[in-house]
Design a binder for this molecule. Structure first.
Ligand SMILES: Nc1ncnc2c1ncn2[C@@H]1O[C@H](COP(=O)(O)OP(=O)(O)OP(=O)(O)O)[C@@H](O)[C@H]1O
Ligand SMILES: [Mg+2]
Length: 423
């Protein structure tokens, strides 16, 4: 039992000497006694305080004790306060029993027997304290229960996240293995074939005019594997926030021409022609290697998902504002294809790692890392990337870069925001 629970007692009597005598009897540590010289004064106190017990004189001028009790029973706030009536005449008690079945009621007779007063009051005060302590415990229990439910929810959430992470890791491992297997298998088969030719003395297949093509085939498979491993390393660095850019003066127009040239064979294999519209020169300060990666990723996608139709790249200077709202020269690279296109609901998520559209699997193998890396690099340069596309109508990816990315600050979280269609 919590002895800190304070009990307020109300005594109501029209005679001051009675009030004083009663107070002296029932006063004790942990109790506060309030005196009221009339029923009206008692009502005022009842509205203000929470009482453990009211000791009410029955005979008072004006409103008598029973009438006060009736009012108390009629109000929710005071209905449950136990009442001890103090009366001189035994006959009043018959009346007293009527209408007070609900709630605790007791009686004391004048002249008061101090022992009876003290023991009755003790019983009610104890009851009150017990009830209070119980309510307090129930509230603590309810709070603990709520807390527990919150924790369970948190746990379930964490468990969900963990399961998702494990699933992602497993998916990733199987994708990587599959992606590495393809070029490795090709190389392995080539090697076996060559061994067979050698063992049969078939040296014609190693004739000088055949060698360049043979080496090119090997290099292509090796390049694929290197690119895959580089992408995985980049993603790991990004996760640790360890990917940084090293800027220096770059001619974006010349870089674009070189990238298109490098992809010449890949374009041919895809049956597409890449047309480049670029000024003679577009100078800026960027991380050349990383920007090359951006251009390559966008063009590779356009070739992969471009349905063998023409691909167009436009490089130009604009005078837009950068993503921090600062105005100044910007460089813009737009890559447009006429391929499978991207549904509006996919246009945000394709910039997340491992996200690919359902369609893409039919067209090309891939890890779904290219655009994630691209967006991160663009963001590190203080730039932005967006896409305009409709299924079956091709896609247009647009990258805007500040001309000087030396002091570019990546706007926090901006590389994670949903990139929608640019207008
Ligand atoms: N030009 C495009 N046209 C249609 N869909 C595209 C285009 N570019 C990207 N996508 C969609 O976005 C997805 C994500 O592209 P992303 O470059 O990140 O990965 P990927 O090409 O699948 O694999 P990789 O990691 O090898 O680049 C693609 O799988 C494809 O579904
Ligand atoms: Mg890609």
């Amino acid at each position: 039992m919590n002895i800190d629970i304070e009990s307020k007692l109300l005594i109501v009597d029209d005679l001051p000497e009675n009030l004083l005598a009663l107070e002296a009897l029932i006063r004790a540590p942990g109790r506060v006694v309030y005196r009221a010289a009339s029923a009206e004064a008692a009502l005022a106190l009842l509205l203000e305080h929470e009482f453990a017990l009211a000791i009410v004189d029955v005979q008072m001028p004006g409103m008598n004790g029973f009438e006060l009790a009736e009012l108390m029973r009629g109000t929710e706030r005071t209905r449950h306060i136990p009442i001890i009536f103090v009366s001189a005449a035994g006959r009043e008690l018959n009346y007293a029993f009527q209408g007070y079945e609900s709630g605790a009621v007791d009686f004391l007779h004048k002249p008061l027997d101090p022992h009876a007063v003290v023991s009755k009051v003790n019983v009610f005060v104890d009851l009150y304290r017990h009830r209070k302590a119980l309510r307090h415990e129930m509230e603590s229990l309810a709070a603990a229960h709520r807390k527990q439910e919150e924790l369970v929810q948190q746990l379930q959430h964490t468990q969900g996240e963990l399961e998702r992470a494990v699933r992602m890791r497993d998916d990733f491992m199987s994708m990587v293995s599959h992606e590495l297997r393809t070029p490795l298998n090709t190389l392995y088969l080539e090697a076996q074939l060559r061994q067979l030719h050698l063992s049969k003395g078939n040296l014609a297949s190693f004739a000088p005019e055949r060698l360049p093509a043979m080496i090119e085939r090997d290099q292509r498979q090796i390049r694929n594997m290197v690119r895959l491993i580089d992408d995985m390393l980049d993603v790991t660095r990004m996760r640790r926030d360890a990917l940084s850019i090293q800027t220096k003066p770059v001619d974006l127009a010349a870089l674009s021409r070189a990238v298109v040239e490098n992809l010449h064979q890949q374009a041919e294999a895809a049956g597409s022609v890449i047309t480049l519209h670029a000024p003679a020169e577009l100078r800026g300060v960027w991380d050349e290697f990383r920007i090359e990666q951006v251009l390559t990723n966008l063009l590779t996608n356009a070739l992969r998902y471009g349905g063998g139709k023409p691909v167009e790249m436009v490089v130009r200077q604009t005078d837009g504002t950068d993503k921090t709202g600062e105005s100044g020269g910007m460089a813009q690279v737009a890559v447009r294809d006429q391929g499978i296109g991207i549904a509006p609901e996919d246009q945000g998520r394709i910039f997340e790692q491992f996200e690919r559209t359902a369609d893409s699997h039919k067209h090309a193998a891939g890890l779904g890392l290219g655009l994630y890396i691209t967006r991160k690099i663009v963001s590190l340069h203080g730039g932005r990337i967006g896409v305009q596309s409709a299924p079956g109508e091709g896609s247009r990816f647009v990258v805007d870069l500040p001309l000087d990315a030396t002091d570019a600050t990546e706007v926090p979280g901006s590389d994670k925001e949903k990139e929608g269609t640019q207008t």
